[in-house]
Design a protein around this ligand. Structure first.
Ligand SMILES: Nc1ncnc2c1ncn2[C@@H]1O[C@H](COP(=O)(O)OP(=O)(O)OP(=O)(O)O)[C@@H](O)[C@H]1O
Length: 304
């Protein structure tokens, strides 16, 4: 449903060049709920602006719901943004028109798209508000709601025209921890109940608890992925750069988690290299048939 291939976005200005995306590749299947997590400045908003057809990549391809975003003209972009994707932004106030009730806010995108009568618009608005557990607030205006309630209404607005894809930029950025968890669960509800493919962009790593897959980005490219099985988190892979002389930098969380320090032990396997703590036991110490070129023991002494 979402395919990004080698996306590059370079901002130029005042003789300075910023490479916000540096070859980002990402696939999200239909019906998936995926989080993109990265520190400030890692390129999250740039990615979302491209996926939202508000910006174009300097190089690479982006396809959403079967549409090549670079090929859309102005009308095509408008239709895409109105019908194919729904957005939720960080600023709770930005998602809602402050002088309209929650229900009228949800009806507005349907009114702009045309095709649905007044009763049908109202029926759908109430149905969506009900799914998001804010049906009792249908007649309230934004300032009469909490931040979490506003984000639930914002989700209903984003889904009003039944988009195939939901894009959320830091949807919990202004909320406390508990409310954030509730809003992320609400996104999960619409993902499972309506089958909408959802991409949530955030700096909050706790999002991994609420999505099936978390993609990490660093310096404008994908640096790793966490896949969730039930309550278990499995770090699927992490990418790093090997320099010309063979040095590589291990991710800090790997170093901390495994207590790697100073001297580490490398073992060459047929198709990969393992990295162990320098003081760890060698699994094969007792069984290995020491051939020529015996390796140093973990205590630094040679076997023979
Ligand atoms: N219009 C622009 N002109 C120049 N540089 C920009 C522009 N927009 C973003 N950048 C730069 O591109 C890089 C990526 O920015 P981006 O906003 O995508 O990051 P982000 O991960 O969303 O950060 P945050 O979490 O702080 O919003 C940053 O170095 C930023 O300064």
């Amino acid at each position: 449903m979402i395919v990004c291939e080698d996306l590059v976005r370079i901002y130029r200005g005042d003789g300075v060049e910023v490479q916000a995306l540096q070859g980002l590749t990402l696939r999200v299947d239909e019906g998936e709920l995926v989080a993109v997590v990265g520190a400030s400045g890692s390129g999250k908003s740039t990615l979302l602006a491209i996926l939202g057809a508000q910006d174009l990549p300097s190089a690479g391809h982006a396809r959403v719901a079967g549409r090549d975003l670079a090929a859309l003209d102005r009308r095509g972009r408008q239709a895409y943004r109105r019908n194919d994707v729904g957005f939720v932004w960080q600023q709770t106030g930005e998602n809602l028109v402050d002088y309209l009730s929650a229900a009228a806010n949800v009806e507005l995108p349907m009114l702009l798209a045309g095709g649905r009568g007044r009763r049908e618009r109202r029926r759908r608005a109430l149905e969506l508000l009900d799914l998001l557990e804010v049906a009792d607030l249908a007649d309230r205006r934004p300032q009469e709601m909490s931040g979490g309630q506003q984000q639930r209404v914002a989700l209903a607005i984003a889904l009003a025209n039944a988009p195939r894809v939901l894009l959320a930029d830091e949807p919990t950025g202004q909320l406390d921890e508990g409310t954030s968890a509730e809003v992320l669960e609400a996104i999960r509800t619409v993902n499972t109940e309506l089958g909408v493919t959802a991409l949530v962009v955030t700096h909050d790593r706790a999002v991994s608890d609420h999505v099936s897959r978390t993609v990490q980005i660093r310096d404008g490219r994908v640096s790793g992925e966490v896949v969730r099985h039930g309550t278990e988190h499995h770090l699927a892979e992490e990418f790093t750069v090997l320099d010309k002389v063979g040095r590589l930098q291990l991710p800090q969380d790997y170093v901390e988690r495994l207590g790697l320090a100073d001297r580490v032990r490398l073992t060459l396997e047929p198709d990969h290299v393992q990295v162990h703590r320098g003081d760890s036991d060698r699994a094969d110490d007792d069984t290995a048939d020491d051939g020529p070129g015996s390796r140093p023991r973990s205590d630094g002494r040679h076997r023979r």
